[in-house]
Write a protein that binds this ligand. Structure first.
Ligand SMILES: [Mg+2]
Length: 310
């Protein structure tokens, strides 16, 4: 538990520093100690410490300056700062807290009190972590399609323009495969919506088997329409992914309960590359084009791929 909260200790007085370090290590803490605020700040810039114990009066940079500097930084989590001070006047305490310290301990340091204060720090940091985790979970839920687990349309609308911009800026390829399961209404009408839902889940699973983890991504565009975004992939590469998906559906029927369902999909594929004019490298243009290709695939009799480069 203690090792999850490494401590950065800044104290110029060598005996006090060594003694504190010893007590903290005995209590199971991981401690890194330095002799002034400037060194503490320098270290903190390269490594995050959730807890800082700092003396007030030190050469180079004192504890208050350190507090202020830490609070100005954008760090990856909350930093709980305890000021160690011989000053215990009311004004001093207020000044210390106003500079960004969360708590203070008056010298000479009582070691039991120090450990008790650190336990408070750990409680607060644990609370902050669980709030942060819950927040991240909420963010993830807000961009996820609850049925299939792929991204939702909101995520597509927000993220695809950034992908396009990145591809434009670095002259990279970017391709999109727009899939629409053929006659999906018939699946629902014949077998019921629960089976239809399982078909959608399996369809996404089949796409996942064919795309690169953490690079390519899938979004549910609407009912049975899915968009696969393939960064740094040209249209030929995207077509071959669509072909493999088409084969996967043809070769392996979807088994749901005791039924083997034959499912096919139509595909529209497009993308941008080095030769694509800047005016075409736009979200609406790309979506419009890939939608047109998908429509043509439907017109051609479904279960096929229509592609083109912008
Ligand atoms: Mg000092």
């Amino acid at each position: 538990m203690n090792r999850n909260f490494p401590i950065l200790l800044a104290e110029d007085h060598v005996v006090t520093r060594k003694l504190l370090e010893k007590k903290l290590v005995q209590a199971g803490h991981e401690v890194t100690s330095v002799e002034n605020g400037r060194d503490a700040l320098r270290l903190f810039e390269n490594r995050f410490f959730p807890i800082i114990l700092t003396d007030w009066i030190m050469p180079e940079m004192d504890g208050l300056e350190l507090c202020r500097a830490i609070r100005k930084m954008h760090s990856k989590g909350y930093v709980y700062i305890v000021l160690l001070t011989a000053k215990d006047g009311k004004d001093d305490i207020i000044l210390g807290l106003e500079s960004g310290a969360d708590d203070y301990l008056t010298k000479p340091i009582d070691h039991l009190e120090l450990i008790a204060r650190l336990n408070t720090a750990k409680r607060i940091l644990s609370l902050e972590k669980s709030l942060k985790d819950a927040n991240e979970e909420n963010i993830l839920l807000s961009v996820t399609d609850s049925l299939t687990g792929c991204y939702n349309r909101g995520y597509l609308n927000e993220t695809l323009p950034n992908e396009i911009e990145r591809a434009r800026r670095y002259d990279h390829d970017l391709s999109i495969v727009f899939c629409d399961i053929d006659h999906f209404k018939k699946v629902n009408d014949t077998h019921g919506h629960q089976v239809g839902d399982l078909v959608l889940k399996e369809f996404v699973q089949r796409i996942r088997e064919l795309v690169r983890d953490k690079v390519d991504w899938i979004a549910r565009y609407g009912g049975e329409e899915f968009m696969v975004v393939l960064p740094e992939t040209d249209v030929t590469g995207a077509c071959s992914m669509a072909k493999r998906l088409r084969s996967s559906l043809a070769d392996r029927k979807i088994l749901i309960h005791d039924k083997m369902l034959s499912v096919t999909s139509s595909f529209g594929v497009t993308g941008i590359n080095l030769d694509t004019s800047v005016s075409m490298k736009k979200f609406d243009t790309i979506i419009g084009q890939v939608d047109k290709f998908l429509y043509q695939a439907k017109e051609k009799g479904r279960d096929c791929i229509v592609s083109g480069v912008l």
